[in-house]
Write a new protein. Structure first.
Length: 417
């Protein structure tokens, strides 16, 4: 464990942030809050220390250690609240808040939602929310669920995120190969194993249909729906786009919202943001997973462009007892994010067409995260995407058209082999 100091202490309320980005720290300071920051050693950004009263490194999965650390810091700084919207740190942030008597999402709901198997066990007590599933500890467990529910099946980490390690099984001939992939994930043979370790798997029927997320903000158990977002998914279960708002009829929207609010009530999420993912298909609505935090992939920024409400700022204010800021004017009626991904593995020679794409009407932003000489491959997890386009419009069709045109202009030219 190590520590550093930056901004001088004053009379402002002090917020404890776990694993926060510069963007979130800046938003906290803009609310009139001072910040103490706990970062994971493997993900530390030293430049953030100057923005904080104290910057400390600690292992995020060690919840007991985080609580002990926070007690000492609380005696020094007197925290008004504690927050994280980074998945590996959410359980620790909630445990600290409960220990210090501060506002928390629930009574252990962050840790519950982090463990998808435990979440299923809780939902088994609800006739409305229960679904077929089992812990996948062997090939036999997979075959047992197939015998009850049939194929296709989905195998996914009980504690994963970022589409990490998800495997579809279309029939019995694929079970052995799927289990080998599961074993590789359990050996943590992936890039971010230190902050996103995989400790177990579950198996459940594959739900086919359109994918959505419902973004909510709760106060004393009352759940406000900020947006229903359409998710665009590729064949590797990696999200390649988001559409705000999802274009759907009132009946389906009401069903999605009803399922999510019943779920949040059942698991005991009472305060702050939640990001809940669902699939709607011919067999009805399937609840995929939920998180006691804001959505990833920049979803809060998309929702803010359309609604004028910044859920990250609201989260910081709510958990420190401040009134929620007024909404700002919406920028557009619809926002679309489209990710750039590689069609095949190779080394990039050049990224072309960016200036032309950025100049298109309706295009709000274009970013790329790769350049000349970088090795790329088709995305098997969210962190293997190569860039993003955000487009705005008076409706979803116009925003999507602008994003599609920008995507056509951007060329990832690969080195010749």
């Amino acid at each position: 464990m190590s520590a550093g100091s930056g901004a001088a202490a004053g009379d402002r309320p002090v917020l404890l942030l776990l694993s926060a980005s510069r963007r979130v720290i800046d938003k906290a300071r803009a609310l009139g809050l001072d910040v103490v920051h706990i970062q994971a050693p493997t993900m530390t950004d030293p430049s953030l220390a100057e923005l904080c009263l104290r910057s400390v490194q600690a292992e995020l999965p060690d919840v007991r250690g985080l609580v002990e650390l926070a007690r000492g810091l609380h005696r020094e700084f007197g925290f008004a609240g504690v927050v994280s919207n980074h998945e590996p740190a959410c359980a620790g942030a909630e445990a600290i808040a409960l220990d210090l008597g501060l506002t928390a999402p629930g009574d252990g709901v962050s840790a519950l939602l982090r463990d998808k198997a435990r979440t299923h066990e809780v939902l088994d007590g609800s006739e409305e929310l229960a679904s077929a599933w089992a812990r996948a500890r062997s090939v036999e467990d997979i075959l047992a669920v197939a015998a009850r529910a049939g194929y296709p099946l989905i195998l996914k980490p009980t504690d994963g995120s970022a589409s990490l390690g998800v495997v579809k099984v279309d029939g019995p001939e694929q079970v052995d190969a799927a289990w080998e992939r599961v074993c590789g994930s359990l050996r943590n043979e992936h890039r971010y194993h230190e902050v996103l370790p995989v400790s177990g798997y579950l198996v459940e029927p594959f739900a086919d249909g359109e994918e959505f997320s419902v973004e909510t903000f709760s106060h004393a158990g009352r759940h406000e729906v900020r947006a229903v977002v359409r998710k665009v998914i590729d064949g590797a279960f990696v999200e390649t786009g988001h559409i705000v708002p999802a274009a759907l009829d009132d009946g389906l929207r009401a069903e999605l919202v009803s399922r999510v609010t019943a779920f949040l009530d059942h698991v005991g999420l009472r305060e702050g943001p939640a990001h809940t993912e669902l699939i709607a298909g011919e067999k009805g609505i399937h609840l995929v997973e939920s998180h006691a935090r804001t959505g990833g992939d920049g979803i809060p920024a998309l929702v803010c462009l359309v609604t004028g409400r910044d859920v990250e700022t609201d989260m910081l204010a709510h958990f420190t007892g401040l009134p929620l800021p007024e909404a700002v004017p919406a920028r557009a009626a619809a926002a679309v994010k489209s990710y750039l991904v590689a069609d095949s593995p190779g080394r990039i020679a050049a990224v072309e067409g960016l200036a032309e794409a950025r100049a298109l009407p309706g295009v709000h932003a274009v970013e790329t995260w790769v350049g000349e000489g970088d090795e790329v491959r088709p995305a098997a997890a969210s962190w293997e995407r190569l860039g993003e386009i955000v487009a705005l419009g008076p409706d979803v069709h116009a925003a999507q058209s602008a994003a599609d045109e920008a995507r056509r202009l951007i060329r990832l030219r690969m080195e010749e082999s």
